[in-house]
Write a protein that binds this ligand. Structure first.
Ligand code: HEM
Length: 284
């Protein structure tokens, strides 16, 4: 354990930037270091400064604490605008929606939010949950066989996949509405804070042998769908889609296997996501 710590310590570049390739390639080692050494860490999300929380209980508290707000403008004042230019494709969709729905006009912000919701919340997440489910099972053949032998473990397996290898590694940013001190670190008013759900999901204070993938794990109170008032609206649908996809894929393909070496599976460099560039498999 000590040796691992030394390796991780030497590997880490400060300030930790969660957008970096290095962080994404060694996420779980970084998570371990953060949980143990710096549970409130002033890091970077690309060029932005962000406070990172990595312990399970701190993440839960943040998600339940009304002093952390989601709308940046509540803290900073100013207009309630989407903080980036609206892409043309979205403007076109918005115009069509306005025309199609005379009399019940939504504001531009509402329309942009709705399109982002449909694309980001409802599509990308589940595609990558299913992909991560297949990768994780193929990399754990004993657990895969156990699932084939005991299909009633499917729901529990999906929960464990979300915990162990979930596609969404953080919630949307929260902003401190006042200065908040935690573990001796003061998060200033207005600062951006991210609860690292993926780190919380491997916190040994809550999960026994968290690094072990166990499709029958119980209890399994993971944070892979968030927590509190922003708890994932689509969680039941995402769970159902993943169950059906896995059931069908495993039934039709008793010899399903990876078509490449595991080390050839590359993660996309997208902060707060855990998603593979591609997943080549052999059906059969
Ligand atoms: C059918 C697919 C899905 C739909 C329609 C959906 C929809 C949503 C919506 C609307 C929210 C925002 C709730 C709010 O702000 O009050 C949300 C939050 C969230 N979703 Fe999903 N989601 C889906 C799949 C997933 C999947 C597969 C994951 C990861 C395993 C996931 C993880 C999350 C997380 C972590 C949050 C909390 C975000 C936050 O607190 O900022 N979602 N989801």
């Amino acid at each position: 354990m000590e040796a691992t710590h030394a390796l991780v310590r030497d590997m880490i570049k400060h300030p930790i930037n969660i957008s970096s390739k290095r962080f994404i390639e060694h996420t779980n080692a970084y998570y371990q270091w953060l949980r143990e050494e710096a549970p409130v860490y002033k890091g970077k999300l690309s060029v932005l400064t962000v406070y990172l929380l990595s312990r399970y209980n701190d993440c839960v508290e943040l998600l339940m604490d009304r002093r952390f707000v989601r709308n940046r403008t509540t803290v900073t004042g100013g207009k309630n605008r989407v903080p980036f230019p609206v892409p043309k494709a979205i403007s076109l969709v918005a115009q069509n929606m306005i025309l199609a729905d005379e009399g019940q006009r939504l504001s531009e912000d509402e329309l942009v939010s709705m399109v982002l919701l449909l694309i980001l919340a409802g599509f990308e997440t589940t595609v990558h949950l299913i992909t991560n489910a297949v990768v994780t099972l193929l990399l754990h053949p004993v657990q895969l066989q156990r699932l084939r032998d005991q299909p009633d473990l499917m729901s529990s397996a999906v929960e464990e996949i979300v915990r162990y290898n979930g596609p969404v590694q953080s919630t949307k940013p929260a902003y401190a509405s006042e200065a908040i001190t935690l573990h001796g670190v003061t998060i200033p008013r207005g600062a951006m804070v991210l609860p690292l759900l993926g780190a919380a999901n491997r916190d040994p204070a809550v999960f026994e042998r968290p690094e072990v993938f166990d499709i029958a794990r119980t209890p399994n109170r993971h944070l892979g769908f968030g927590q509190g008032i922003h708890y994932c609206l689509g969680a039941p649908l995402a769970r159902m889609e993943t169950r059906i996809a896995l059931q069908t894929l495993l039934k039709r393909n008793p010899n399903l296997r990876l078509a490449v070496e595991p080390k050839a599976l590359k993660l996309q460099t997208i902060p707060t996501w855990h998603r593979y560039e591609r997943l080549p498999v052999v059906l059969g």
